[in-house]
Design a protein around this ligand. Structure first.
Ligand code: ADP
Ligand code: MG
Length: 648
């Protein structure tokens, strides 16, 4: 038996570093937390190559006295805990005194600091744990930390790092979590000299959320607040129409520290039960404030998880607050023009449906011309407006991938000789008309007689694309507004499902297989589910490390990047993989693929494309809903229109 020996300080630090510093994002988190603790008003983060090359965090905080610089990088040295008792009333983000020592052990590290009011700064360099002597330097007040060549002396760790892009993703996430918790501080994040985020101080939290995640999301936020004795809960949750496939967009702050907590995430899910489709998760930005002694933050090396004194109480407070709030909101469907009772799925999308209704009413009241003029000013998207029919410009914008509606399982044959380049106005009418009018033996749009059954059976049907999102057309009943994405998604879903169940899905072998960089767990999951993926036309091979190679994709998916398909599938596998029912999972995967491949809102459609979409409508068994449960079409009955125009 070898003798027992004490570990060397360097080894101890490397072991500690292994716990705290997993990847570049961990460094960014620790340095930013120190800057926040220093009382900084401005924190600038600069990254090169996903942090593999350089991470620099600069702040204008209190700085570090020259005589403390060496201690700052010594293990278990901190200015944040004065007594043992302080451990139970932690008011700072850091307190373990480990981060700088750990980082300096596994990188080329440079610390520059000038305390507030001091005349000069000092610089300390540490390479792989070896300190150089302290030197005076010019520096602005505050602290700047530079970390180069992370893990240069820990080859195993370095090997586990992913691409610069992936690491940058983790860094952004770490940055967002801290920036969300300190809205009064100015933050910037730059990657390879490009600004990723510029966040001016925003006392209004919603403003910071909007800068980080966009105005659309911010507009869907609902403020929530409650007090339960010592516990204050405040923040925002998103309207159910905004949701995600995972819980990543659920930000929880506890006394200014971003945390994850299974119970609280679960409470969120519960509060939205019945408002979201299965597999979808709510979005939330919630701040919990409570006396420090009600929570133990010292249970996790990176302090990501905490332990609450009374987590049951928190759970009910969160759930209760949200439920009460939702009762005061009208989350039900306001599109009652349709005449049929709103169903649960339709009610999910009240805001959107309301917008459709407004669009439609505006149009119907003869304001279309004005609207068109407005649209044209912002983007020249409509070139001709006939009564009830406008068609998009023949020169589709370059950024839109051409719609592959037709490559689904038959060759596309444009209607009329000139249709491909410059569709005549009549083309649309012809294309949607009965088979006879465009009769051509090799035009297998669909079984004859079925195609136009849903539409006015007498003569040609006109259709109008509005806002590059909706297709407006008529039926016997009245006016139909179709969501182009939802309908296309549903059509693709039906086709895919039929083929997959029949086992004759056409796949396309990639000329150049695409390597996809995954985490080890993700790679394992993908390889484990290889057979199921192959049924869906996505073939994968192991490719060393945790990279997998995608070698084929379903031909139907056309333009979608194979890597993107795999990642989407993976997201679903991770979310639903535990379920016992493989059919459900398969169905989820089909939904995801059809969603990815479907045309999007904002895609301008040619008349042929519109015609083809409408013609394929019969394929959709339940044509009113896309696979996500959103309606694909709304019907405004003639009676209702008459009533609205005061004709009755
Ligand atoms: P901890 O944050 O847990 O105290 P660290 O290793 O992260 O441990 O930092 C050690 C000490 O260095 C801190 O306690 C603090 O006094 C000092 N320090 C680190 N970064 C900064 C900074 N940006 N501004 C001022 N002081 C800092
Ligand atoms: Mg720290």
């Amino acid at each position: 038996m070898p003798r027992i020996q004490r570990l060397s300080p360097s080894l101890i630090n490397k072991i500690a570093a292994g716990e705290v510093i997993e990847r570049p994002a961990s460094v960014v988190k620790e340095l930013m937390e120190n800057s926040v603790d220093s009382g900084a008003r401005r924190i600038d983060v600069a990254i090169q190559q996903g942090g593999l090359e350089l991470i620099r965090v600069t702040d204008d905080g209190c700085g570090i006295a020259p005589e403390d610089l060496e201690l700052a990088v010594a293990p278990h040295a901190t200015s944040k805990l004065a007594s043992e008792d302080d451990l139970f009333h932690v008011g700072t983000l850091g307190f373990r005194g480990e981060a700088l020592a750990s980082i300096a052990e596994v990188s080329r590290f440079r610390l520059r600091s000038r305390p507030t009011g001091a005349t000069a700064g000092h610089e300390l360099e540490v390479v792989g744990g070896q300190k150089s002597p302290l030197v005076p330097c010019g520096a602005p007040e505050g602290t700047s930390l530079e970390v180069r060549n992370l893990f240069y002396n820990v080859p195993v760790r370095r090997k586990f790092l992913r691409s610069a892009q992936t690491e940058m993703g983790h860094i952004s996430e770490a940055f967002i979590r801290i920036a969300l918790a300190a809205p009064n501080c100015h933050f910037t994040l730059r990657h390879n000299e490009r600004t990723v985020y510029e966040l001016p101080p925003s006392p209004d939290w919603r403003e910071r959320i909007a800068t980080l995640f966009g105005e659309d999301l911010a507009a869907a936020l609902v403020a929530v607040e409650s007090h339960d004795e010592d516990i204050h809960l405040s923040g925002y949750v998103a309207h159910p129409s905004q949701n995600r496939a995972n819980q990543k967009m659920q930000y929880l702050l506890l006394n200014g520290r971003a945390i994850r907590d299974r119970a609280l995430h679960h409470a969120l899910g519960e509060a939205y039960r019945g408002l979201l489709l299965s597999g979808r998760h709510p979005i939330a930005f919630l701040a919990l404030d409570m006396p420090a002694e009600m929570v133990d933050v010292n249970v996790h090396p990176t302090k990501l998880e905490v332990r609450f004194l009374d987590s049951g109480r928190l759970y009910s407070q969160l759930l209760g607050t949200l439920r009460t709030r939702f009762l005061t909101l009208d989350l039900s469907n306001r599109v009652d023009l349709a005449g049929s009772p709103p169903d649960a799925a339709a009610s999910l999308d009240q805001a959107r449906a309301e917008a459709v209704r407004e669009d439609f009413v505006r149009w119907a009241k003869g304001e279309l011309d004005a609207a068109t003029a407005r649209v044209e000013r912002t983007a020249p998207q409509v070139t001709a407006t006939l009564p009830g029919l406008s068609y998009p410009a023949p020169h589709a914008p370059a950024e839109r991938r051409p719609l592959d509606l037709v490559s689904l399982d038959r060759p596309w044959r444009p209607v009329g000789p000139a249709a491909a380049e410059d569709p005549p106005i009549a083309a649309l009418d012809e294309a949607v008309a009965d088979d006879d009018s465009t009769s051509n033996a090799d035009q297998p749009f669909s079984p004859p007689g079925v195609r136009s059954a849903n539409f006015a059976p007498h003569g040609p049907v006109s259709a109008l694309q509005v806002h590059q999102r909706y297709i407006v057309t008529e039926s016997d009943e009245g006016v139909v507004v179709i969501d182009q994405h939802a309908l296309h998604e549903r059509i693709l879903y039906e086709r895919l499902r039929e083929r997959v169940l029949a086992g004759d899905l056409e796949t396309q072998t990639l000329l150049v297989p695409e390597p996809v960089d995954l985490s080890p767990q993700e790679a394992a999951l993908v390889l484990e589910q290889r057979e199921m993926l192959a049924r869906l036309g996505v073939r994968v091979e192991p490719f060393g490390g945790s990279t997998v190679l995608v070698t084929s994709c379903p031909a139907m998916l056309g333009q979608v990047q194979p890597g993107e398909v795999l990642r989407g599938l993976l997201e679903r596998l991770q979310a639903g993989g535990a379920g016992p029912d493989r059919r459900d999972l398969l169905d989820e995967l089909l939904h995801m693929m059809s969603c990815k491949a479907a045309i999007k809102a904002g895609d301008r459609l040619t008349p042929e494309e519109i015609a083809s979409l409408l013609a394929d409508r019969h394929l959709v068994h339940d044509s009113h809903h896309c696979p996500h449960g959103r309606p694909t079409a709304l019907v405004f009955t003639r009676e209702e229109l008459d009533r609205q125009f005061l004709r009755t």
